[in-house]
Design a protein around this ligand. Sequence first.
Ligand code: ADP
Length: 204
Amino acid sequence: MIIGITGGIGSGKSTIAKQLREMGYAVYDTDSEAKRLIMEDAGLRQQIEQLFGKEVYQDGVYQTALVAQRVFADKSLLAQLNAIVHPAVRADILRWAQKINHATPRYTMLHNTTPCFVECAILYQAGFDTLCDKVVVVTAPEEVRLQRAVVRDHSTIEKVRARMRAQEVEKDIERADLIVNNDGKTEITAICLQIRIFFCNFAG
Ligand code: ADP
């Protein structure tokens, strides 16, 4: 069973993912795994080089700033980059989930009750929701999210607002199987228990 975790910037996805890991669940961190694949997957590297030129891996290091600059100037490049990276991540999620299933005791496998989680800010936009049995959307008031992200990223209100505008939080909420409110008034452990009760209920 794969449970997706998504939500807007600063909603607390990573914080909830961390707690779920501490509770013993396997959690796929899409952001860091995508970065790993971009460095380690030879086929992916080749395609990225074809798109941006050899300088994109200058001295063997992926040039994030250069890519950001190029995709900002040409939006079609972002779509092309996503069309290369997303299928590679998708395949990696499947491989990862399969490995977990094999490592899971037979009785839970048969009842399909042991969940693993995929944390991804763009879960729906990348189509990774189709890999998930259920999707949890983490929410918090916009002002709370803004302040959290400014502090966490040492950023400015304007920059965070720009990133927020690029997200489709309302759409995500409409499509959620479970919405959890992380406005700071409820303990993270209590939110994770809410998630656990949710998947235990539908798993029977
Ligand atoms: P996301 O992954 O959704 O962008 P994070 O989990 O990184 O968000 O949370 C953003 C910041 O807010 C982090 O610094 C985190 O420690 C803090 N944070 C998240 N949830 C809470 C909470 N319930 N109370 C206080 N701070 C929180």
